[in-house]
Design a protein around this ligand. Structure first.
Ligand SMILES: Nc1nc2c(c(=O)[nH]1)N[C@H]1C(S)=C(S)[C@@H](COP(=O)(O)OP(=O)(O)OC[C@H]3O[C@@H](n4cnc5c(=O)[nH]c(N)nc54)[C@H](O)[C@@H]3O)O[C@H]1N2
Ligand SMILES: Nc1nc2c(c(=O)[nH]1)N[C@H]1C(S)=C(S)[C@@H](COP(=O)(O)OP(=O)(O)OC[C@H]3O[C@@H](n4cnc5c(=O)[nH]c(N)nc54)[C@H](O)[C@@H]3O)O[C@H]1N2
Ligand code: SF4
Ligand SMILES: [Mo]
Length: 720
């Protein structure tokens, strides 16, 4: 390890307020960051995991401040991060274990001791195991530092059915970049001169450090910024150009860009020659995809496509077509993301400053625990058979639900859920409710009475992130960091961290030996290999260990082998061909919007995470309810005005909410925010307020990755 790469304080072990050198990403050297006093920890309100310093007064959490030592979160704590205090002191949060007393969803609960909740759950899981084998249990979860313990319990129990969130989020984009480069890179927005973002709404869908780099890099340096989205988002308002692309046609735009670049010989020939495979096939493949053809598909003028393609190639390597994160859009999403990856490769921006950069990682140790046997049964989602390139350890959510509903290839009768609200995050709420109905047992571990918890049989209250210590987490990136979440305050209610909830169950399921450790032992083992003196002490004191400089160019070495079949960057992919998919991204037009209907598109707001947080007062103030965005042209035809109550109906559900008539959306789509129309009365500010988009969304998935395709639903809108 190159010692110079470590955080500016490496070796000193001490860091007094205001004493650190100004890291590179703080461009104004005079503004040396002051480290606030308090206990350093890590935010858990979204996947970014920003570093926080908690200030206490009289034992209560008084304020959360950003920790500028984390180069990924850059001294930023967003509105949601600040509102975490309100989760802790929320009078309606889960305060003790609960067992259902009435019918599912009726809302009758019996507060019970932890012993009773564990005994009851262990008995139910054992009954299902006896009847159907361990494969009769499903363990689903969303990312979080303690997710590992939950997953491990499912695996130690013998279930192959561990189901993680990527197939509702970023599975197709990750697979597309991995199939091309053998890895998923980051994008150096701090230094890029030309940025294209297609539906990556970075000013509202916050990703660190990308959101800050759009402000401090792209905007401050006046780099060119092109944004494609059927909606006029906050990001669109900050771009040099906004193109309201016809939904589902980004692939046509990208293929036409490649066409122009190759035709005009603006590609990086030396790079393509040295590092890639399949250039000849690509050149042949893109010939029919002219800008004139793409204009008809996308609605973006051919002359604009040509102009953008030229400027993009001429700005390379400091030019990026940014990947985006939530790639759960269309049934051809994988191929669209692969085309982005190929476009980036063609201009040679790989592993260059201002281009695409392979992620670095801060190394850490691992706690060694007793291993368990591999499961005997195959997965219920049949991922290996139907999605051989997808991640079998994460699974595919929608195909899994459909198989469980059919009882194929075998029955699944118990569902354990951790830190996830499938009634809102999985399309077609009605079918997810059916899946719950046909379970003999549903157990949920949450911090709030989510809608899924509301329909469960047992609810386990986890301690809030500010009340617990979690494993050390490595955040890879151009500016990688290892972060610690440590307890800031004692739990104020009868709650426990996930590890202890898991241990209580493990004891009763005869799996004690696999979980015979404490969180302190786990963290200590991880800290042992942090690349800094006194790792544990350092990370407890600072909350973070990070490199101070990005690294560029290590993989631009002729002897470097990419982790692909050929060892090269694969423009043409034999593995895709062998798996029965197009080896080069072939255009398939989106389904036409039926007469009198609209395509439903999704997206985010900066003050809401997914379907959660809308009930916290500070955040609720910004969005009291959701409405449906409708363009003035169809609105006039339908006699709808802003504020009118409308009914929105798809083939699987119907909801009522208010209309917002706005030019900020194309006439062929509608949009509504996630997080409203809650069934759980404990989320009182949003219970029955507005509508839940998951009720409307139909079941569809990307063919290659199995990622949910959430923009394939057409709806009717009518005034009530
Ligand atoms: N309709 C629609 N569906 C979507 C999306 C969309 O935009 N629209 N987005 C998709 C994407 S990108 C993603 S990543 C997924 C996200 O899917 P989910 O992870 O299901 O989304 P959240 O709404 O954040 O639900 C998280 C749950 O965890 C609970 N929770 C929060 N903190 C803790 C904790 O510390 N411990 C425990 N035990 N529980 C906690 C919250 O109370 C909440 O009930 O949704 C996907 N589904
Ligand atoms: N504040 C906040 N920040 C978050 C999250 C959050 O919940 N809240 N969640 C985090 C997570 S888990 C994720 S995955 C990311 C998601 O972040 P992003 O990847 O940016 O995804 P979305 O915000 O869902 O935005 C999708 C955008 O695509 C547009 N769109 C729809 N169809 C098309 C199309 O065919 N073409 C184009 N070009 N655009 C289209 C939509 O209008 C919408 O604005 O955000 C992360 N950051
Ligand atoms: S972006 Fe906001 S919510 Fe997400 S981790 Fe950072 S501070 Fe927390
Ligand atoms: Mo996501």
């Amino acid at each position: 390890m190159d010692r110079r790469l470590f955080m500016q304080v490496a070796g000193t072990g001490a860091l007094a307020a205001g004493s650190i050198a100004c890291p590179r990403f703080f461009r104004k050297a005079e503004a040396a960051p002051v480290i606030p006093a308090g206990i350093p920890t890590t935010c858990e309100l979204c996947p970014n995991k920003c570093s926080v310093i908690a200030e206490l007064r009289n034992g209560l959490i008084h304020k959360l401040n950003p920790n500028p030592e984390n180069p990924k979160s850059r001294g930023m704590l967003c509105a949601r991060g600040n509102a975490a205090i309100q989760q802790v002191y929320d009078p309606d949060r889960l305060k003790q274990p609960l067992i259902r007393a009435g019918a599912r969803g009726e809302g009758k609960w019996r507060p019970v001791s932890w012993e009773e909740a564990w005994d009851y759950t262990a008995r139910k899981l054992s009954e299902v195991k006896e009847k159907h084998g361990p494969q009769g249990t499903l363990w689903s979860s969303t990312e979080g530092f303690q997710e590992v313990f939950f997953k491990n319990l499912g695996m130690a129990f013998g279930s192959p059915n561990i189901l993680r969130h990527p197939s509702l989020c970023l599975a197709s984009v990750n697979l597309a970049y991995s199939m091309t480069f053998g890895t998923v890179p980051s994008f150096d927005l701090l230094n890029a001169d030309f940025v294209i973002m297609a539906g990556a709404n970075r000013f509202e869908s916050i990703i660190t450090p990308d959101t800050m780099d759009l402000i401090g890099g792209v905007m401050e340096r006046k780099a060119k910024f092109i944004y494609l989205d059927p909606r006029f988002t906050v990001t669109a308002s900050k771009a040099d150009e906004w193109h309201p692309i016809r939904p589902g046609t980004d692939l046509a735009f990208i293929l036409a860009m490649i066409h122009v670049i190759l035709k005009e010989e603006r590609q990086d020939k030396a790079f393509l020659e040295a590092f890639t495979l399949g250039y000849e096939q690509l050149a042949e493949h893109v010939k029919p995809y002219t800008p004139e053809w793409a204009e008809l598909e996308t609605g973006i003028a051919a002359k604009d496509i040509v102009r953008i393609a030229r400027a993009f190639a001429d700005s390379a390597p400091r030019a990026v077509f940014y990947a985006g994160r939530r790639s759960s859009w269309y049934t051809n999403d994988f191929q669209m993301r692969r085309a982005q990856a190929i476009l980036n490769a063609v201009v040679g921006n790989w592993d260059r400053q201002g281009g695409m950069v392979p992620n670095q990682k801060v190394p850490k140790g691992e706690f060694m625990f007793l291993p368990w046997d591999d499961p005997k049964a195959p997965r219920v989602d049949e991922v290996e058979k139907n999605f051989p390139l997808a991640s079998a350890k994460d699974g595919v959510y929608l195909p899994l639900r459909e198989n469980v509903l059919k009882g194929q290839p075998y029955p699944v009768k118990a569902w354990m859920v951790y830190k996830q609200d499938p009634l809102h995050s999985v399309p077609d709420q009605g079918r997810t409710l059916k899946m719950i109905e046909q379970m003999d047992f549903v157990g949920v571990i949450d911090i709030a009475m989510s809608d899924t918890a509301w329909f469960a049989d047992v609810v386990f209250p986890e301690s809030h992130y500010l009340e617990r210590t979690d494993p050390i987490e490595v955040l890879p990136g151009i500016w990688p960091a290892a972060v610690l979440r440590q307890q800031v305050a004692k739990p104020i209610h009868d709650t426990k961290p996930c590890l202890e909830i898991v241990q209580g169950l493990a004891k009763r399921l005869g799996l004690n030996d696999f979980f015979d450790y404490t969180i302190e032992q786990w963290v200590e083992a991880e800290a042992r290999e942090l690349p800094i003196a006194n790792g544990l002490e350092h990370i407890k004191k600072h909350g973070v260990v990070a490199f101070s400089e990005p690294k560029y160019g290590a993989t631009r070495n002729p002897v470097n082998r990419f982790v692909t079949k050929s060892g090269k960057i694969e423009l043409f992919s034999e593995r895709l061909q062998e798996a029965g998919h197009d080896p080069l991204p072939k255009y398939t037009p989106p389904a036409a919007v039926p007469e009198g209907r609209f395509r439903m598109v999704l997206g985010r707001k900066a003050t809401i995470t997914h379907a959660g947080l809308t009930h916290l007062p500070w955040l609720h103030e910004h969005h009291k309810e959701n409405d449906v965005w409708l363009n003035p042209e169809p609105a006039a035809r339908l006699g709808i005005r802003t504020g009118d109550l409308v009914e929105v109906a798809s083939q699987v559900g119907r909801v009522r909410l208010k209309a917002r008539v706005t030019e900020e959306i194309r006439p062929d789509c509608i949009f509504m925010l996630h997080g409203f129309g809650k069934k759980s009365p404990w989320l009182k500010r949003v219970h029955g307020v507005g509508a839940a988009d998951a009720v409307l969304l139909e079941t569809a998935w990307d063919k290659v990755s199995g990622n949910a395709a959430m923009h394939e639903t057409f709806v009717k809108v009518a005034k009530v």
